[in-house]
Ligand binder design. Structure first.
Ligand code: PLP
Length: 398
């Protein structure tokens, strides 16, 4: 049996995987065009062009860009009239912005547990969390897999709730053949550096509601109204505008997205097939109603029934030594963060989320852009760690 690289053996792989972000001449010439236009800010025509193209791609009428995918959530909440004392249901498995955006507008985040298999909000737990103060739900399409939009939209209609889809992981993903961001009142996307489309920073809201789109745009643009005078400010707004540079880069990134989604899906099929019998980790479960998973992350769940002493940390370190980068994933559910301490959520409230934080690590999307055959090393390294797992857990214990 080959010695694990973490204990001095030969690593499986020495070649690095793809880096992120990716760009070519198209981004360079797009940036030069903005440079020479002299219009560098949010009024560059490429901003409006990108908004339209992105909204259309996500099967919605309106796109409102903003500085990032955190303020898009805040803006959506404000535009929808969420205010102090309102409750907003959020998952405990997400980036912190999903829940802090709720606090930032003075409302109360209420955490509902995730589904054990998909890591997305569990509709049963959403129903149980609804009170007379509930006004909205923010489902996150975790890892790029759409949440159960059938159930969420049904619950929202029944209880007259706003739905803001947090699509920060899910550019281009589809549920029953339709793009995410088109099901809720708003879709919110991020173009932060790690995301599947990026301009370093940036965000956009998608919606079919003209009034809400106008209100969101006004909030992001100092309370101006479309067609209004420069110094006419009809509401409390701020400056959340995206720049021309970002829009120009994002137009190119969007043109590349479909091909990248296809590559990631093909690699995910390969990994899921190859890892099915590996014993040490379980590949992600994909709901059959998901017609397009964007694989921002490819989650792997440690088989702790079989290997109770194996931790994420040791598994990830052993793979890293083999030349395979895997991220440890979220260390704890969001409600364990200090900022939510007032909100009475306690350890044990969301057992599926807590288990997930113990057991699930993930592969990030740039690795899912590997060339055909390039992930064989990945599979070989997982098999090697599985073969060496007894020594790994024994030596980790001392
Ligand atoms: C990245 C992310 C955000 C925040 O986006 P920024 O552009 O970094 O502000 C919000 N929600 C989720 C789920 C994210 O992953």
């Amino acid at each position: 049996m080959a010695q694990l690289a973490i204990f001095g053996g030969e690593p499986i792989r020495s070649k690095p995987f793809a880096r992120w972000p990716q760009f070519d001449e198209r981004e360079k010439s797009a940036l030069m065009e903005v440079l020479e236009s002299g219009v560098w800010g949010g009024y560059n025509s490429q901003v409006a062009e990108f908004e339209q193209v992105f909204a259309t791609f996500h099967e919605t009428k309106y796109g409102v860009t903003a500085a990032n995918g955190t303020v898009t959530l805040e803006t959506a909440l404000l535009a929808a009239g969420i205010r102090a004392g309102d409750e907003v249901i959020v998952p405990p498995i997400s980036f912190i912005a999903t829940a802090t955006a709720v606090l930032r507008v003075g409302a109360v985040p209420v955490f509902a547990d995730i589904d054990e298999a998909t890591y997305n909000l569990d509709p049963t737990r959403i129903r149980a969390a609804i009170t007379e103060r509930t006004r909205a739900i923010i489902p996150v399409h975790f890892a790029g897999q759409p949440a159960d939009l059938d159930a969420i939209i049904e619950i929202a209609e029944r209880h007259d709730l706003i739905v803001i889809e947090d699509c920060a992981h899910a550019h281009g993903a589809t549920w029953r053949g339709r793009r995410v961001g088109s099901f809720g009142t708003f879709g919110s996307f991020s173009f932060q550096a790690s995301k599947n489309m990026t301009a370093g920073e940036g965000g956009i809201l998608t919606t079919n509601d003209r009034t809400l789109a106008e209100r969101a745009r006004s909030i992001c643009n100092q309370g101006r109204r479309s067609g209004g005078a420069w110094y006419e400010h009809v509401r409390l707004g701020t400056n959340f505008r995206l720049s021309g540079w970002q829009a120009a880069v994002l137009l190119v990134q969007l043109a590349r997205l479909s091909e990248q989604l296809a590559t990631r899906s093909a690699n995910a099929r390969f990994l899921t097939e190859q890892l099915a019998q590996c014993e040490i980790v379980t590949p992600p479960y994909v709901d059959e109603r998901v017609t397009g998973h964007s694989y921002y992350l490819y989650p792997l769940r440690l088989n702790r029934e079989r290997f109770p002493d194996l931790t994420k940390e040791h598994f990830v370190r052993a793979l890293a030594a083999e030349g395979i980068p895997v991220a440890e994933g979220y260390p704890q559910p969001l409600y364990a963060q200090h900022v939510f301490a007032l909100y009475e959520q306690r350890r044990g409230d969301c057992p599926a989320a807590e288990r997930m934080c113990e057991e699930v690590c993930w592969v990030s999307h740039e690795i899912m852009l590997a060339q055909p055959g390039d992930l064989r090393d990945f599979v070989a390294a997982v098999a090697k760690v599985r073969d060496g797992v007894t020594e790994l857990t024994r030596r980790a214990a001392v």
